[in-house]
Design a protein around this ligand. Structure first.
Ligand SMILES: [Zn+2]
Ligand SMILES: [Zn+2]
Length: 341
């Protein structure tokens, strides 16, 4: 089969590789769409420590069931040929972390396209219980958003904004945009956002969010004006740079919550003494549990998530081109690679 392989740092190559064979309890999916995730850009440039040359990337996928491995029983809506998406995160299910209800941070977890061969290929193998049927989808290809939407579902749950709360989202890439949509579905009041790349804000504005200047000084001043000097109830950092982390902790109100989602930078100095004196809750959100993933699939099935940035369809061999554009901050929506069929 054809697969987009990282030949060396910053260079993909379409190669002919062996088709994966589903083992016991597994299923092979014929991939139709495979989204490019912001978290993969660091793998391409060799800076994420997780993805290495020789790997096939891709963990946001839509396809059809191709064949089951031994011992996997197809459920009625998941027979061969059925359109599906799949939760790409495998956890061990046996450790204390999994037992505590947080399989998303299982230390033994494995992610497609990072620890396991990913979906930027004609076929990918997943456990049969990772499948989600896409019957009832008016536009099945939009289920390629299930994985980033699941990240947004979890982050909003982690921060737990009260109905009518004010919220600020730093970064309006796909995760920031989905965060804005989930926040609005959860009934928050005002949603503000920042996005330094010109052209990316339009979709967020279409979701009813109001854009603020991303410059830290001007942002703090504007938030002061908007909130009577108190600050924002919940702040989400969908970027994870030193600048956005420090902005988030600066503009949150006393007793408010900062939810750190973006993974851009390893270490960031934060004003901890000030955060203690203001009883700010610092929380984090990583990936999603199976329940978060299922909730995201349902929101997409009901078309409650609009994602006005849209999908940009590209051929597998255009992966190199799109990675370069995304790294340059191209204001594209979700780029989905499509293998030959
Ligand atoms: Zn992703
Ligand atoms: Zn575990």
């Amino acid at each position: 089969m054809k697969a987009l392989v990282l030949a060396e740092v910053a260079r993909f190559e379409v190669r002919e590789v062996d088709e994966p064979v589903p083992g016991p309890g597994e299923v092979r999916i014929a991939v139709r769409q495979s989204g490019i995730c912001g978290s993969e850009l660091g793998g391409f440039t060799g800076s994420d420590g997780l993805r290495h040359p020789g790997l096939v990337f891709g963990h946001e996928l839509v396809g059809v069931v191709d064949r089951y491995g031994p011992g996997a029983e197809p459920a009625p809506r998941l027979t061969v040929g059925a359109p599906v998406t799949a939760n790409p995160l495998r956890s061990c299910g046996r450790c204390p972390v999994c037992a505590s209800g947080r399989p998303n941070v299982c230390p033994h977890r494995q992610l497609l396209g990072a620890h396991l061969p990913g979906s930027n290929a004609e076929f990918v193998v997943v456990p049969a219980d990772a499948l989600h049927p896409l019957d009832g989808f008016a536009r099945p290809e939009r289920a390629v958003l299930a994985e980033p939407a699941a990240c947004a579902v979890r982050a909003v749950a982690q921060a737990g904004p009260a109905p009518g709360a004010t919220a600020l989202v730093l970064g309006a890439g796909p995760i920031g945009l989905l965060l804005i949509e989930v926040l609005r579905l959860r009934g928050v009041g005002a949603v503000w956002f920042t996005e330094p790349h010109a052209g990316r804000g339009e979709a967020a504005r279409a979701c009813g969010a109001v854009e603020l200047d991303s410059d830290p000084e001007r942002l703090a001043a504007r938030i002061g004006e908007l909130t009577g000097g108190y600050g924002v109830d919940v702040v989400f950092d969908a970027v994870g740079s030193t600048v956005t982390r420090q902005s988030a902790t600066r503009v949150v109100r006393s007793g408010g919550t900062v939810c750190l989602v973006g993974l851009h930078t390893h270490e960031t100095p934060l004003p901890v003494r000030d955060l203690i004196r203001r009883e700010v809750t610092l929380t984090t959100s990583f990936a999603y549990t199976p329940d978060d993933f299922a909730a995201a699939v349902e929101l997409l099935r009901q078309e409650e998530l609009v994602f006005p940035a849209g999908l940009v369809h590209a051929r597998l061999e255009q992966g190199q081109h799109w990675y370069e554009l995304l790294l340059a901050g191209d204001p594209a929506g979700k780029v989905v690679l499509e293998p030959p069929r």
